[in-house]
Write a protein that binds this ligand. Structure first.
Ligand SMILES: [Zn+2]
Length: 335
């Protein structure tokens, strides 16, 4: 993927321009006040479980794993406000990184993704049971009993760039099958995680092919665009319907239009940043398909990062280009 050739003389001003062109997104959404959900009923702040009293799966819908991703909070708030209760099994509604969410500032909307570290990279047991003492590891440890109880998880996210919604299904067939049943959005991504640490979506039984548990992570669109809340809500209602825990009469009132055809992109690798100077070669926002093998994606320091095969698709290029994190994931259409 990397060539030995030197970086051409592209001044920082032009490189920065590429980053800035796509950097301006308006905050169209209003972050709901979630203070009423703090107490919950599970002993874990911001975690509420409704028990139908009937046999069935324990389904969890989670929001604000990243504090500046508002659509999930809007969807979970909607479920609370509409008094959605499971028709069988249990339904848990939760808000994960509430400290980050409460720091959300419309004037600096990128600043509140997390407080100390990304809470979606701490779900390795070694980290959970280790001594790292951050706002996020503490919250993950507090939250862990809730996630341990869930059979199915929908973790609602949004993206830095305004591109089509993506169902991040993971590498396991069981999650891809669930994504097909949910039926939206059009694009399903079979993805490996990140070198920086395990996501909640891949924790415990969710990441074990032999466990019946399954989790999905939905990327609903750009963080603050109105359409992301529609995607979040539609996906949530479809998820609950597919698992047969949603009152059909309620589902009927909020009919979800499924995608006529879903396509699968399989991620083959993540580009993990190795230097303090990573730049993209173009104003990539995601889902670009680069035709020829060896097309320049960007530079990691002086090293060229090239596409490893023809028709390589860029998945969620990051605007946080720091060493050890994922710059972009690479994939190809497989279905
Ligand atoms: Zn996120």
């Amino acid at each position: 993927m990397a060539g030995p050739e030197r970086r051409p003389n592209v001044g920082p001003s032009i490189r920065n321009l590429f980053q800035k062109v796509s950097a301006v997104y308006k905050v169209e959404l209003v972050a709901p006040d979630i203070a009423a959900y703090r107490a919950g009923n599970t002993g874990i702040p911001y975690v509420t479980t409704f028990d139908s009293g009937k046999a069935g799966p324990h389904v969890m819908v989670n929001a604000v794993t990243h504090g500046n991703e508002l659509c999930g909070a809007i969807a979970v708030d909607f479920l609370f406000k509409n008094k959605v209760r499971p028709t069988r099994g249990k339904l848990t509604l939760s808000f994960l990184n509430v400290a980050a969410y409460h720091s959300f500032d419309k004037a600096k909307p990128n600043a509140s993704r997390f407080i100390d570290e990304d809470i979606n990279r701490v779900w390795d047991v070694a980290t959970l049971e280790g001594s790292r003492d951050t706002v996020e590891t503490k919250r993950a440890r507090e939250f862990r009993p809730a996630i341990d109880r869930a059979d199915y998880l929908l973790d609602i996210h949004s993206m830095q760039h305004a591109t089509a919604p993506l169902m991040m299904a993971g590498m396991l067939d069981k999650s891809v099958a669930l994504a097909h049943k949910v039926g939206i959005p059009e694009l399903i991504v079979r993805d490996k995680g990140h070198a920086a640490g395990r996501r909640m979506r891949d924790y415990g039984g969710f990441g074990d092919p032999h466990s019946p548990k399954a989790a999905l992570l939905i990327e609903c669109g750009q963080h603050w665009e109105t359409s992301s809340q529609d995607v979040a809500l539609a996906t949530t209602l479809s998820f609950l319907t597919v698992l047969d825990v949603l009152d059909p009469a309620f589902a009927k009132q909020h009919q979800v239009e499924k995608s006529p055809r879903q396509r699968v992109i399989t991620v083959t690798e993540a580009v993990t940043i190795e230097t303090d100077r990573f730049t993209f070669a173009g104003p990539y926002t995601g889902l670009e398909m680069l035709g020829k093998k060896g097309t320049l994606i960007g530079y990691d320091g002086d090293k060229q990062v090239l596409t490893p095969y023809d028709d390589c698709v860029l998945i969620m290029p990051s605007r946080r280009l720091t060493r050890g994190t994922t710059a972009v994931r690479l994939g190809r259409y497989t279905g």
